[in-house]
Design a binder for this molecule. Structure first.
Ligand code: ACO
Length: 383
C-alpha cells in the first residue's frame, strides 16, 4: 500500500480521499451540488420514499420491495421501546444538560441492553440488526429525553405509526397531521446520509480499530454536536431569532457581513455551488409556512440567503431551512441537532458496517512543528 509523502499536508483533510464507499456520492462543485444515496439522486428520493425506505436503502444496499418494507417496519416497531433503566437514567440527567450530551449517553447505554452486544464486531448480519435497533431506539430516546427535560413523562411508541409520525407522537403526546409527518419524514431522509462528513468519518475511525458499532455511533454523536457540523441547525435558528423581523433582515446581514461574522447555516466544505438538500427543504419550508399562515421566518430568511449567497458566494446548507421547518412543526430548538443525529444514524451505521466489512486501521500522520532535539535536564537543573 502506497503512503502519501511526508511533505503532503492537507489542513482539515480537505480534498483527501480516505475511503472508497458505495453508500453516497457527492458532487461538490459541478452545477448545483449533487448527492446520491447508493446511486439514487436525492431529488428522486426526497418526498418519494419514506425515511424507512431510505434507511433500508442505506443499510441493505437497495430500495425495499413492499414485503421487505413491511418486514423492516415491523422490526423497527418491535425495537422502538427503550429499556426502562435508560428511562430512569434520562430522569437522573442534571437539569440544563444539552440534549446532544444526553443522546451521547443514551446511545452508550443502549449498547448495554442490545441483545447481541457480545456478537463479534465484524459480524455483518449482527451489525445490520444492531443498526436497525439503533435507528428505532435513538428516535425514542430523543423524544423521551425531551419530555423529561420539560418535566413530562415519556410516551411509549405507538404500533401502526411510521418512524417520523411515531417520533412526533412520542414528543408531543398527539398524533401529527399527515402534512406534519410528511414534512418531518422528508427532513429525516435529507439528513440520513452524507458521505464522509466529520461525524461519519469519526464513526469510521472508531470502527477501524475494530471497536463495536455502538462505540462508533457514540463517537459520531459527539462529533455531530459541534456548531460547524450538526450544531449549526440550532445556531441557524438563533440567527433568525436575533433578526426577529423581516424589515430588519437586510440591515442585520449587512452589518454581520461587515463584521466578518460566520453566518450559521451557510457554506460547506464540499458543496461550493449549493447544497441540494437545502434547495429541496426550502420549498417545503415555504409550503408549510403558507399552510400555517405565517411566512415571517421565510421573509427573514430570504434577504439573508440572498446576501450571503450573492456577496460571499456561500449558499445555504441543509441546516438553514431545517431550523425553520422544525420551528413550524413546534419542535424545541435544543433537540434540532439530536433530530439530525437520529436521522443520520442510518448513514453512520451503513458506513461503520462498510468499514468493518473491509477494514484498514485509519492512522494518518502529523507533521511535527515543535522544538526538535531537546536534551532532558535532571529535575534539579530545571529551575
Ligand atoms: N459565514 C461567513 N463566512 C464563512 C462561512 C459562513 N457560514 N463559511 C465560510 N466562511 C468564510 C470563512 O470565514 C473563510 O473566509 P476567509 O478565507 O476570508 O478567512 C472562508 O469562507 C473559508 O472558510 P473555512 O471555514 O476555511 O471553509 P470550510 O470549507 O472549512 O467551511 C464550514 C465549511 C465549516 C461548514 C463553514 O462554511 C462554516 O463554518 N459554516 C457555518 C457553520 C455551518 O453551517 N455548518 C454546517 C455545515 S453542513 C452540515 O454539517 C450539515
Amino acid at each position: 500500500m502506497s503512503s502519501a509523502s511526508e511533505d503532503t499536508y492537507f489542513p482539515g483533510l480537505e480534498g483527501v480521499i480516505s475511503n472508497e464507499t458505495a453508500i453516497a456520492d457527492m458532487q461538490g462543485t459541478e452545477g448545483q451540488g449533487g448527492l446520491a444515496f447508493r446511486g439514487y439522486a436525492i431529488e428522486d428520493l426526497a418526498g418519494k420514499v419514506s425515511y424507512e425506505e431510505a434507511a433500508f436503502l442505506l443499510l441493505h444496499g437497495d430500495l425495499p420491495s413492499k414485503a421487505q418494507l413491511e418486514e423492516f417496519g415491523g422490526r423497527l416497531s418491535s425495537a422502538r421501546a427503550i429499556p426502562d433503566p435508560l428511562v430512569t437514567l434520562l430522569k437522573a440527567v442534571p437539569e440544563g444538560v444539552h440534549p446532544m450530551d444526553t443522546l451521547r449517553t443514551a446511545v452508550s447505554v443502549l449498547a448495554h441492553y442490545d441483545p447481541e452486544v457480545n456478537a463479534p464486531v465484524q459480524d455483518h448480519a449482527a451489525n445490520v440488526r444492531k443498526a436497525e435497533r439503533l435507528i428505532a431506539q435513538m428516535a425514542t430516546a430523543v423524544a423521551a429525553a425531551a419530555r423529561v427535560a420539560r418535566g413530562q413523562e415519556p410516551i411509549a411508541p405507538k404500533a401502526g405509526l411510521g418512524h417520523a409520525a411515531n417520533f412526533l407522537a412520542m414528543l408531543n403526546g398527539a398524533d401529527p397531521t399527515e402534512a406534519q409527518a410528511e414534512a418531518f419524514d422528508l427532513s429525516l431522509t435529507l439528513y440520513a446520509e452524507h458521505e464522509l462528513n466529520a461525524s461519519t468519518f469519526a464513526a469510521r475511525v472508531t470502527a477501524s480499530t475494530l471497536s463495536d458499532i455502538h462505540s462508533a455511533i457514540v463517537s459520531a454523536v459527539g462529533t455531530l454536536k459541534g456548531s460547524l457540523h450538526g450544531g449549526a441547525n440550532e445556531k441557524s435558528w438563533e440567527v433568525l431569532q436575533q433578526v426577529g423581523e423581516p424589515e430588519k433582515a437586510e440591515r442585520w446581514i449587512q452589518d454581520a457581513l461587515a463584521r466578518k461574522e460566520r453566518i450559521m447555516g451557510f457554506g460547506h466544505r464540499v458543496y461550493k455551488t449549493g447544497d441540494p438538500r437545502a434547495v429541496i427543504l426550502k420549498r417545503h419550508c415555504q409550503r408549510v409556512a403558507a399552510e400555517i399562515g405565517d411566512d415571517r421566518w421565510e421573509r427573514i430568511a430570504e434577504p439573508i440567503e440572498r446576501a450571503v449567497t450573492g456577496q460571499k458566494n456561500l449558499p445555504p446548507n441543509v441546516d438553514w431551512p431545517s431550523a425553520r421547518l422544525y420551528h413550524y412543526l413546534g419542535i424545541e430548538v435544543p433537540i434540532y441537532t439530536p433530530i439530525f443525529a437520529m436521522a443520520r444514524v442510518a448513514g453512520w451505521a451503513a458506513h461503520v458496517i462498510e468499514q468493518l466489512d473491509n477494514n484498514r486501521l485509519m492512522r494518518p500522520r502529523a507533521r511535527y512543528v515543535g522544538t526538535p532535539n531537546r536534551a532532558v535536564r535532571p529535575i534539579a537543573d530545571r529551575g
